[in-house]
Design a protein around this ligand. Sequence first.
Ligand code: WQD
Length: 344
Amino acid sequence: MKGRILVTGGTGYIGSHTVVELQNSGYEVVIIDNLSNSTAKVVDNIEKISGIRPAFEQLDCLDFQGLENLFTKYSGIKAIIHFAASKAVGESVEKPLLYYKNNLLSLINLLELMPKHHVDGIVFSSSCTVYGQPDVLPVTEEAPMKKAESPYGNTKQINEEIIQDTVTSGAPITSILLRYFNPIGAHPTALLGELPNGVPLNLIPYLTQTAIGIREKLSVYGDDYNTPDGSCIRDYINVVDLAKAHVIAIDRIVEKKQKEKVEIFNIGTGRGLSVLELIHAFEESTGVKLNYQIVGRRAGDIEQVWANPEHANNELGWKAETSIEDTLRSAWAWQLKLRELGIQ
Ligand code: WQD
């Protein structure tokens, strides 16, 4: 056993995939989640895949005393992966205080408690949203942050700064900030995946729900951008590949291999795909025809962004491996599984 790791938001989409990879690599995992956007059933599915049942406590990271009790109950936690956060961009515009409270105070509580409980480091879920529309593509970690497009994006920027400032102040902790591009796909067993509440806002869940007939038509938001086919470009990263990056980051913290106390890595494929290219890749890899229409631009969308992942490739020895075809097939298998289970 390599040691005990706390995963906040561990029953969520990226969290659950990461728990499996941590277990596969020999870590003992404690999950906390307030279940605001996931269910405890996910713990059963994690166990089905890994053969190990992670400890699970329903707990909100805003609950300082609850966290204090947790660190006492599960003593010897070596590091934390902090996924727990509110993440709907549109909702954050309507309820900014909810987003600032949830996302900032959760992190602050953890940072306050880490030294007392001798936790070495924290991996933070950041996002390529901190770059806004980069001037240079592919974007590197050195690119300047642009003013956030939403309170949600702002919480990612502020949280990165909170971590930097805390470490600079001399707190006995280290951190790795992982800036994810667009995570998609599901576990190859179809036991874990993304489970959006209500009408999906992100492309892939909307696409698979359209393909299965829950939605009538996928709207492509704009074909008049300054890109080869006019639709927006993103770097779609397989969720299991993304999960594996977290295990390497945890190894690096636990084995004290960091070169700086706060390290930042882009986690993407290095390949940009347009919305239309993605639709065609889905049709080709699954054999399912998709009903879609071009509509107007969506407010706040970045025209194009994809990662330069060389820093993660060279320094972490991590690389995105899964093809976009396999990733899209996994997303489709997950959608079929949800129907089989009568969920969606
Ligand atoms: C991808 C592309 C859309 C839906 C957001 C957040 C980011 C993040 C991931 C969060 C865009 C187009 C979408 C649709 C479409 N993190 N699209 N029709 O906007 O790149 O990133 O989600 O948790 O921080 O900003 O992801 O999946 O919404 O959109 O044409 O019905 O698909 O315009 O070009 P986005 P997305």
